[in-house]
Structures are given as structure tokens and as C-alpha cells.
Write a protein that binds this ligand. Sequence first.
Ligand code: SF4
Length: 248
Amino acid sequence: MTRIENRDNLLTDPMTLEQKLWEAHLRLQTLYGEQELISRREPMRELISTVLSHRTTHANEEEAYWRMFEKFGTWEGIRDAPYEELVKALSPAQFPEPKAAYIQKILTQIFNERGEANIGFLKDMSLEEGLEWLYSLPGVGLKTAALVLLFNFHKPVLPVDTHVHRVTQRLGVIGPKITPDKAHALLLSLLPKDPKVLFNFHKHFYWHGQRVCKWAEPKCSQCPLPNICNWYQEHRATNKSENIPADN
Ligand code: SF4
């Protein structure tokens, strides 16, 4: 029986957290396939779209982004737009009021500092300098800063969103009181500082949290991780005697 087939029994060899995380990474990479680290959108768009994406579906984030551009045309137009009109354009996204305010403040700060809406200079900054600069922007937290630096500038940093956080917590790699911000450094300390590995790790754990290890009802029967998952071992493994998938 392979390790993956042995879904209800904990591995007999004790694993370090580092080994467990790497094993989970390899299994999810087999499931979802290795991805090339290619920037999907230009940096300003990635930054503003990530602000828009908070608690919003990808489709609604896209709709809000394009409505904003159709209405105001340029970054300058968005910066100077009447606030109420910008809120209206962003209404497909959740929380359009604070997002409109943050976007206008971010654009104002970038134009004031750089003279244009262009953050390509982050490529030449160290990871720490880049994080500090992005963190100084209104409404930009660690997840957004890490995502822009990894996706656009291929810096060795790990964005931890709600899905990455939940799956690694259920696996038992991070404790129940570890916040997503604290998990950034903790998970990064257990992984190779290789941007492509970190990109794949982020994508695969994100997809897994979205599609399989869902918040309300994890689909453990469709998951390759049960025998290294603390949550499964504590909540589901004992159901095996009933000979039915535990999550159906
Ligand atoms: S076994 Fe279940 S709880 Fe554990 S990672 Fe997989 S889906 Fe999530």
C-alpha cells in the first residue's frame, strides 16, 4: 500500500513539520500540476485587483476592475474621480466604499512619490525593501504585498490567503492561533526560498482550499493528504468502519 492509499492511518515514521509540508506540497503538485511562474497581469493591475479581490469572487473582482476603467479611463482619472461615482463603478466587489477610498489613496501616494502609476521599480528592490514600500500604501497588507512581489517580481515570498491558511492549519503545520500574517513567516521558514516552488505552493494550496478542503465541509474522500492531516485523523479516520466516505 502506498502512503497515499494508506489514507486512514497516520504515517508510522514521525515527520518533522518541514517534511510534512514538503510531502503535502509534492502530493498537491501531482494533483494540480506544476505551474510556470509567469506574471499574469502587469504590476499596477495586480496591485489594484488584489485590493479589489478581498472577500470577492474573481468574476466580480474583474467586473469591478473593468467597470472602473471603462468609466474613468486612466489611473489619473480613477485617482481624481468623484468618490461616489467610483464607489458605484466598484459595486460588483464587496465593500466598494473602503476599496474606492484605498484605491484613490494608493494612486495619490504612487503619483506623488513616483510621478506616474508604475511600480516596476520594485524589481530592483530587495524583498525586505519591496515589502516595506508596499506595506506603506494605504490598505495594503502582507498578503497583497507578498502576492505582488512573488507574482510580478518573482521574489521569494509566500502569500498566505484564507485557503492557504486553512489547509496548512488543518494539516497541523501551523497552530490554531496562528494568524495568516504570522503564517507568512512561519511557512516560509519551512520551505525552500525558490520563487517557483513558492508560487506553486501558493497556487496549489489555494486551489485545494477552494475546491476540496472547503471551510464548511472538507471533501476528504477527494484529498490526497488524509494520512498526514491532523484534522482528518481527529475527525474522520474513525468513520472508516462504516465503510462509507466520511464526507458524503
Ligand atoms: S484530509 Fe480533509 S481536512 Fe485534511 S487537507 Fe484533505 S480535505 Fe482538508
